[in-house]
Design a protein around this ligand. Structure first.
Ligand SMILES: Nc1ncnc2c1ncn2[C@@H]1O[C@H](COP(=O)(O)OP(=O)(O)O)[C@@H](O)[C@H]1O
Ligand SMILES: [Mg+2]
Length: 262
């Protein structure tokens, strides 16, 4: 059974139909890349998956359980929404770290806030806080930034900030980690360190959806590639299918333009 199954997602803003019926599924441990021109609906799709936007139609299921059904979305309560969001982590193009908190606080803030919602004894709470802190230090080690634990975002390079944003998303143990053009706000010499972290996550079996303009990276890291155009999945397949033998003229034209810019 697929870990994630997305069926018939549509989304309009006013009269603009941005997503026109998106269907795909993703297996545990696989990496799906989404490529496509600016304005094709990639960010809107990720925002729908993270419930930052409510799809107008469609369903989202995790492990066979429907967690979102557009027909019922008006009835969703805030606490349900929070638990639905926990299935997905999102790393933004522009890092979006909390500037007033240091690195370790950025990573532990959300799990500690979640703890407040649970009814725990003082001892249970202390044990969970210790766990959250330990996990945060382990994540910092994973992104190779232990020495920056007490630094503030403004004291870090863009690449370091993005690595912290990845650790922060992982701190909530999402089923699926989503990236929205994680390197496009970075100077070229800093993209490598972020792509390396994403590569290591794949090697540790993390399920990911990566919207990216880094074609070479997408080709190397993906199990499946989706090319989006005008709010639909224009083409989908293995990296070899989509990059080496694109069938749709729109995919062919997009790829030849992308390659020109190298
Ligand atoms: N909140 C919004 N209100 C109105 N239009 C929006 C909104 N968000 C996105 N759009 C429109 O949806 C289209 C797709 O945008 P987006 O999902 O950001 O594409 P991409 O990430 O592929 O560049 C664009 O035409 C954009 O202007
Ligand atoms: Mg976008």
């Amino acid at each position: 059974m697929a870990l994630l199954e997305v069926k018939n997602i549509t989304k309009s803003f006013g009269k603009t139909e941005v997503l026109k019926g998106i269907d795909f599924s993703l297996e545990q441990g696989k990496v799906l890349s989404i490529i496509g021109s600016s304005g094709s609906g990639k960010t809107t799709l990720l925002r729908c998956l993270n419930f930052l936007e409510s799809p107008d139609t469609g369903t989202i299921s995790i492990n066979g359980k429907t967690i979102y059904n557009a027909e019922q979305h008006k009835k969703i309560k805030d606490d349900e929404l929070r638990s639905m969001r926990l299935h997905f982590g999102l790393v933004f193009q522009s890092f979006n770290l909390f500037p007033q908190y240091n690195v370790i606080e950025n990573i532990t803030l959300a799990p500690k806030l979640r703890l407040e919602e649970e009814k725990l004894s003082a001892a249970q709470k202390k044990a969970r806080i210790d766990e959250i802190n330990e996990n945060a230090w382990a994540l910092l080690k994973k992104i190779d930034l232990t020495e920056k634990a007490k630094s503030y975002p403004c004291e870090l390079s863009g690449g370091q900030q993005q690595r912290v944003a990845i650790a922060r998303a992982l701190a909530l143990s999402p089923d699926i980690l989503c990236f929205d053009e994680p390197t496009s706000a970075l100077d070229p010499e800093l993209t490598g360190e972020v792509l390396r972290v994403i590569r290591e996550l794949k090697d540790s079996n993390c399920t990911m959806i990566v919207v990216t303009h880094e074609m070479e990276f997408a080709k190397n890291i993906s199990d499946e590639v989706i090319f989006m155009a005008n709010g639909v999945i224009e083409e989908q397949g293995t990296p070899e299918d989509v990059f080496d033998n694109p069938k749709s003229p729109l995919t062919q034209s997009f790829l030849s333009k992308s390659l020109e810019s190298f």
